[in-house]
Write a protein that binds this ligand. Sequence first.
Ligand SMILES: O=C(O)c1cc(=O)[nH]c(=O)n1[C@@H]1O[C@H](COP(=O)(O)O)[C@@H](O)[C@H]1O
Length: 238
Amino acid sequence: MADERLIAALDFHTLEDVKELVNTLGDSVSYYKVGMELFYSVGSEVVTWLRGEGKEVFLDLKLHDIPNTVASGLCSLMDLGASILNVHASGGYTMMKTAADRLHEEAAKRGIACPKLIAVTVLTSINQEDWEGLGHELQIKSAVVRYAKLAKKAGLDGVVASPQEAALIREACGPDFLIVTPGVRPAGASADDQSRIATPAKALEAGASHLVIGRPIRAAKDPKAAAEAILKEMESVR
Ligand SMILES: O=C(O)c1cc(=O)[nH]c(=O)n1[C@@H]1O[C@H](COP(=O)(O)O)[C@@H](O)[C@H]1O
């Protein structure tokens, strides 16, 4: 049966591919991530279709702009029925606070449930060399915890981070904070373009609330068997 902690990433560009994978996975997966490739190609129809199938949606568009633009953009997305929306923490405290405040005000005005809002800390593809190339002096881990604390102070519900920082974030931000970790790879699987990775069990043990997993399921010869093996590994950590 499905485990709501697993979010399968639908990095496709057609609705047909989405339908094929979702139908193949059936009841094993109840939570899906729609990212920029899919949303830019298919639009909101894919979220409507997934909701119609009874699936939960993390709409991962990683908004990053000035406070008013981000807040207004989120308000345009909030009616679609996604459970989670996200912004980049590097947009700063004022942007995150404006976004969270406006989202809550709008949800109350429209009488709808407010989607959770989370902040991307440091992308899981970034390694220490990329990071230093950007001129940052803090270690990635310290920067991620700093961004997570800022996101919490701004009223966000959680963050996206790598599993390698999950334990530090859990300690700094408490038990209810969402920690959504991409960069999850079953033992022996290719890292692809991810840099800061861990296995599903290690990510959960470190305190992740949700695992975002794309290619290890989507690109597997047998996606259902791949998802079920991951779910079995997740079951061992409750
Ligand atoms: O926000 C995200 O979901 C995200 C943030 C991040 O730091 N790293 C990251 O990989 N992601 C997304 O998580 C998914 C990971 O996919 P796989 O690497 O195929 O498992 C992709 O859809 C990414 O866009």
